[in-house]
Write a protein that binds this ligand. Structure first.
Ligand SMILES: *[C@@H]1O[C@H](CO)[C@@H](O)[C@H](O)[C@H]1NC(C)=O
Ligand SMILES: *[C@@H]1O[C@H](CO)[C@@H](O)[C@H](O)[C@H]1NC(C)=O
Ligand SMILES: *[C@@H]1O[C@H](CO)[C@@H](O)[C@H](O)[C@H]1NC(C)=O
Length: 421
């Protein structure tokens, strides 16, 4: 605003140049300090601010954003804001005679955290993910970018990161191809309305950051007639695409109420525990690692089961039930059809239809035979009865009242009146 003087402008130029050099030194070209809007004022969070602007004198009032500011905030043409919050960051306009004289944009400066990132690769052929879990609140207008370069001398590029509300993390993706085996130089840049901060640069090699997701669908089941065995199965993580790269697994198991933890490594998706404690529940979890490099995944969800026991106190699983019914079916008719499904659905107690026919015919035949014999014997029996009476009278004195005593009691028993409640 003052008259153009040679010396001060030279000084200004020099100062600006110096400032640029210094800031260029501190601020990465891809993580520059934000350019402040014209007519803005930067004030730290919770500070007291007094606003004014040229020409705002005398009988004036202020507008806070779109609405008129309360009278108590105005003093001698100035606007006083106490203990400012981030919501106070807006445009304030000085009004004189219904005309806006000037305006100031207040930028509330909040502490900007230096980003601390972590990068990982879930599969050798997938993209690299870098994450930053911020500890403090996210300041207004916060932007996060990932600065990356392939090798030390290559040109750096910047990729935007996004905020994931469920994990409360900033997440960035870096395009990676499995044929690139050199290192990446990575750093994360956080920018707010008023400031920018760059995290420490990291040299990242795909081998060092290889960490798969944990295995999924871990199940444990008892093995019939094996009181010390358990069968563990699982599936590779969903992010592990294809079969070209192999995973190594570590199975960890411990009996309930015990600190004794056992573990074993395998490259199959199934494992047999052979030293389980009889009748004790066991907890099992599995983790995965690329077979040659990188680090172990986190542990999978825990599964549990109790080994098979003689008295069968354990509830049979659906799987074992199916196995049992299939077993019965095959032992009943070993030459049955090969369809496994029918083996499970057919009830083992139902004999084929022809057994009824054969049974019926045989029964009828036997009945006929018995009838024929009975008729043929009829004459013999009548002569025998005549002889028998003689014998009876000789050896036993049968009381005449015996039969009449029994009969009425039997009759009563059939028609007993049971008192109904
Ligand atoms: C702001 O002003 C109040 C009094 O109005 C004072 O108590 C407080 O300490 C001031 N805050 C700062 C940061 O200066
Ligand atoms: C990796 O990212 C690139 C673009 O950045 C994308 O085209 C590609 O599909 C991604 N690859 C995988 C495996 O997600
Ligand atoms: C596990 O994998 C090996 C080969 O790595 C194989 O020989 C073995 O039969 C597998 N075991 C089971 C139980 O599938």
């Amino acid at each position: 605003m003052g008259g153009p003087d040679v010396a001060p402008s030279l000084f200004c130029l020099l100062f600006l140049h110096l400032r640029f050099l210094v800031s260029a030194h501190i601020h990465h070209p891809l993580c520059p300090k934000p350019v402040l809007p014209p007519n803005s004022k930067v004030a730290p969070l919770l500070s007291n601010v007094s606003l004014t602007c040229p020409g705002c004198e005398g009988d004036v009032f202020w507008r806070c954003g779109q609405v008129e500011c309360p009278k108590r905030m105005m003093k001698e043409g100035r606007l006083l804001l106490k203990s400012i919050q981030s919501k106070d960051g807006k445009v304030y306009t000085c009004i004189k005679e219904k005309q806006s004289v000037c305006s100031v944009e207040l930028l509330v400066e909040e502490e900007l955290e230096k980003p601390v990132m972590e990068c990982y690769l879930r599969h050798p052929a997938s993209n690299i993910t870098c994450e930053w879990q911020k500890n403090s609140r996210i300041p207004r207008g916060n932007k996060v970018t990932l600065i990356s370069s392939r090798g030390n001398k290559a040109k750096a590029t910047s990729n935007p990161c996004s905020y994931r509300t469920y994990s409360k993390k900033y997440q960035c993706r870096l395009h990676h191809t499995e044929d690139y085996t050199e290192s990446y130089y990575l750093s994360m840049c956080a920018t707010s309305q008023t400031d920018s901060k760059i995290g420490d640069a990291m040299m990242v090699n795909y081998r060092s950051i290889m960490q798969p997701d944990p295995p999924i669908e871990v199940t444990v089941s008892p093995i019939d007639f094996a009181p010390r065995k358990l069968q563990v199965t699982w599936r590779k993580p969903r992010s592990w695409i294809g079969n070209f790269y192999a995973l190594l697994y570590e199975v960890q198991y411990r009996p309930e109420n015990s600190h004794q933890v056992s573990s074993a490594e395998t490259s199959n998706c199934t494992f047999h525990i052979v030293d389980a404690i009889k009748g004790r529940r066991h907890f099992v979890s599995v983790r995965a690692k690329e077979e040659f490099y990188g680090s172990w995944s986190i542990w999978s969800q825990e599964a549990n089961a109790t080994p098979w026991a003689d008295s069968a106190p354990t509830e049979p699983t659906e799987e074992t039930l199916q196995e049992v019914s299939a077993f019965y079916f095959y032992t009943d008719s070993p030459q049955g059809d090969n369809d496994e499904d029918s083996g499970i659905t057919i009830s083992p107690s139902k004999p084929p239809w022809y057994t009824y026919v054969i049974g019926g015919i045989s029964f009828g035949f036997i009945l006929l035979l018995v009838l024929v014999v009975l008729i043929r014997q009829h004459h013999k029996w009548t002569s025998c009865i005549a002889k028998g009476t003689k014998l009876n009278t000789l050896y036993w004195a049968v009381p005449s009242g015996v039969k009449s005593h029994e009969k009425p009691s039997a009759n009563h028993g059939d028609t007993t009146e049971t008192p109904l409640p």
